[in-house]
Design a protein around this ligand. Sequence first.
Ligand code: ACO
Length: 268
Amino acid sequence: MTDPVIHDIDNGIAWVRFNRPEKRNCMNPALNRQMMDVLRELEFREDVGVLVLSGEGTAWSAGMDLKEYFRETEVQGLGAVRKAQSESYGWWRKLRWYQKPTIAMVNGWCFGGGYGPLFACDLAFAADEAQFGLSEINWGILPGGGATKVVADLLSMRDAMYHALTGEMIDGRKAAEWKLVNESVPLAQLRDRVTEVARVLLQKNPVALKATKDAVRRVQEMTYDNAEDYLVRAQEAANFYDDGGRKEGIRQFIDEKTYKPGLGAYDK
Ligand code: ACO
């Protein structure tokens, strides 16, 4: 059987790909299990600084596998349904709080359940040609698996409501306009643009990257005072693992005058 997830590592970037192109990379239980294994294997590797998630073929991911994830699991009963849910939600959660910064490189179709991993990635870049849709309404369910929460959090209420109620697709450009992704570029330029952004991240202090990405997600649910307190504690906790990085950052600017923090990163 072909692996439903493949990956390679190139100059600090782990390129992880959904690999069921003949099924438009829809997520079946086997894919969900293997994705968790791959994420675990890559998370603390020294040669991985950034993880990029993309898809083989014409799709990023056509959402959940309607046959294997829904129909064939439901006939096995509630236990099987809950197991399949925990396998998919599990790797999306791991990705949301991943040790390394993550980028969704949306090369094609992205439907329904695909919004879970899309949101889980810290940054998202789409091809202009990509198509996004909450197609759940088209086959008679609500956008579950977090998809409704994703659009309610990222889009305006009107756009989220329209997207979820009509099931109409939007292309990469519209997805960028709606802030579902950071940017959209022609498919031919997508990998280069993502590589460029990944290289920027690779220059940063990795402890600070992890602290920052978690902070951006966590503070959204906090009052200002709670966020202020959390950020002090998060920085102090980061100092514990940082190996003097921030002091070095200050030293190279103030004493050595070898860089300017406003213009770029210090030399790690
Ligand atoms: N679940 C199960 N099988 C799927 C899925 C899916 N989500 N998406 C595609 N496939 C299968 C097709 O059944 C087909 O299988 P077959 O070759 O054995 O007949 C194969 O993948 C290729 O699909 P086509 O429809 O022939 O590909 P095409 O490029 O013409 O269309 C498209 C692509 C638009 C993505 C279409 O496949 C589609 O609409 N897929 C379903 C998208 C969707 O609504 N996903 C569910 C969202 S809701 C949720 O995730 C909870």
